[in-house]
Write a protein that binds this ligand. Structure first.
Ligand code: PAF
Length: 528
């Protein structure tokens, strides 16, 4: 592993790569490395293995983010030990600049970055004035020197993560922010460089922090708190506070906030919520948090035909350990039933008769393939026939069909933990989904993809202009029909996939998901 101290060395190092344009994964730290930092490096290293490039970790104890009475002087500094741990975790280089390298004009002459009040007025920002401005300033400076493609941050410092994501968004910096979960000791204490300040008799007291928060999360999950009104939230925070006091800790704050805006949460209505606490154990300030979730997360992916929803939704569900709910297949299955019963697809009352005692099942085979059966018959292949494709819009437009299938989809989603794909998932089926995405592509791009697909499947390929006209017509029908029209939910994120590979779209979805549902709240499948 290379050890770099100056901006010039950093530049030389990158110029020396075999492919200097490959992505640089960057993990900024203040040293005092532990397994939490190492796990971030390991995540960065995994991304590097997939996309090429290198992993850089920085160590800089930033004076700007310490208050006058804080632990700047005694903060752990052991570059040799840090270098060993960074190398063992997979870092290619360690950047350990001097203060003069980071702040050449000295702190007095420095342009500083002030995060918005809404993000720093509460939680740690309240008792550590200037801390997040110090963090934002040093990270902006590090990013300017390092010029990474991906910035890796721990969810442990959740407020810092939110502040830095905003910094990157507001300044329009051309990089991705990825996060890694909080790592804990076997007894539950989150790993922190400051844990080494704790004496052996303080360690057990410190456990009150993770335990009281975990108890609150369990209460919410078990539904033992009424989800209406303020008192239940107040009772949760009160219980955490009193457990901390009983353990002999001095409480700085116990606060519940909406995780992205950091706005105070008065009720348990939205999910997930961040319940965070900071407390002093002797002179050591400890922080911890938990995400309050009433059920596992739901992701709604809507969008027009041909935007590539099925392919990416299926892969995204597998990556996050969520169940894939292909609502399009359900409408196709009903359409197949209509056709095989010889019923006129436009005849609403005849179609409605077929919905009585309908037994429609989606299942996933051992190989991960989705199977569809209707009234006991496996129709997985049959529902992809041109006949079904030609009639599905008509059948799916009947109110009775929408109602029956929406009801069934909602029953499937009652326990959460799924990604559903369709036309009205975010608007009609799961309006309380944690993430809503409107996945789309321009008509020209969808026509191009359709032509490719037809050619690959050995069908005659019409002129692109003709395909584009068909797609535009289908969009018009889908978005103007009276029942369940295709519209983007007000709170959905539009993702235009023109020019993006399938892998890039899935990466984008994961970033959007992780901003809303961190790994601390939903870890996803265990990584091999
Ligand atoms: O989390 C940290 O270690 C620091 O706050 C950071 C992001 C490296 C900035 O100094």
């Amino acid at each position: 592993m290379r050890l770099l101290h100056t901006a010039a060395e950093l530049r030389q190092w990158r110029q020396g790569w075999e492919r200097p344009a490959d992505p640089l994964q960057f993990v900024p730290t203040m040293g005092g490395l532990h397994q939490g930092h190492q796990s971030l490096v390991a995540l960065a290293d995994r991304a590097r293995a997939a996309r090429g490039g290198q992993v850089l970790l920085s160590v800089f104890v930033n004076p700007l983010q310490f208050g006058p009475a804080e632990d700047f002087d005694r903060y752990p500094r052991d570059l040799e030990a840090d270098a060993e741990l960074a190398a063992a975790a997979g870092a290619d280089a360690l950047f350990a600049p001097s203060a003069a390298e980071i702040y050449p004009g000295g702190p007095a002459e420095l342009t500083r970055i002030q995060p918005p009040d809404s993000l720093v007025a509460g939680l740690c920002g309240r008792s550590r004035p200037g801390h997040f401005a110090g963090v934002a300033t040093v990270v902006a400076r590090l990013l300017a020197l390092v010029r990474p493609d991906v910035l890796w941050l721990g969810e442990k410092d959740w407020q810092q993560l939110v502040v830095l994501r905003r910094l990157v968004a507001d300044l329009g910096l051309p990089l991705q922010v990825c996060s890694g979960p909080t790592l804990r000791q076997a007894d539950g204490l989150p790993l922190s460089s400051r844990n080494r300040y704790l004496s052996p008799d303080q360690q057990p007291k410190a456990l009150a922090l993770p335990r009281s928060l975990a108890a609150a999360a369990q209460q919410v999950q078990a539904g033992t708190n009424a989800i209406e009104g303020g008192p239940s939230m107040a009772s949760l925070t009160k219980a955490v506070r009193s457990t901390l006091l009983q353990a002999g800790l001095v409480v700085d704050y116990v606060e519940a906030v909406e995780p992205r805006s950091l706005r105070p949460a008065e009720t348990l209505q939205t999910s997930p919520l961040l319940l965070a606490a900071a407390a002093f154990c002797g002179t050591t300030r400890l922080i911890d948090h938990v995400f309050l979730m009433r059920r596992p997360p739901i992701v709604a992916i809507d969008g027009p035909a041909g935007a590539g929803k099925s392919t990416v939704t299926k892969a995204f569900a597998a990556r996050l350990g969520l169940i894939y709910l292909d609502t399009g297949a359900m409408y196709r299955a009903v359409t197949w039933l209509v056709a095989s019963a010889g019923v006129d697809p436009a005849e609403a009352s005849a179609v409605a008769d077929l919905l009585v005692d309908l037994d429609l099942q989606l299942s996933t085979s051992a190989e991960g393939a989705q199977r569809v059966s209707i009234n006991g018959q496996d129709v997985t292949e049959a529902i992809r026939s041109p006949e079904v494709t030609g009639q599905v819009s008509v059948v799916a437009a009947h109110g009775c069909v929408r109602e029956a299938l929406t009801r069934q989809q909602q029953a499937m989603g009652a326990r959460g933990g799924l990604v559903a794909e369709g036309r009205d998932i975010g608007t009609a089926v799961f309006p309380d989904a944690e993430l809503k995405v409107f996945l789309t592509a321009t008509v020209a791009e969808r026509a191009r993809r359709r032509a490719l697909d037809l050619a690959q499947r050995g069908f005659a390929v019409p002129e692109l202009a003709e395909l584009a006209a068909q797609i535009a017509e289908r969009d018009h029908l889908d978005s103007s029909r009276a029942v369940a029209p295709l519209i983007q939910a007000a709170d959905a994120v539009e993702l235009i996939t023109d020019g993006l590979s399938i892998a890039a779209v899935i990466d984008q979805l994961e970033l959007l998901f992780r901003e809303r549902v961190p790994a601390d709240a939903w870890p996803g499948p265990a990584q091999a």
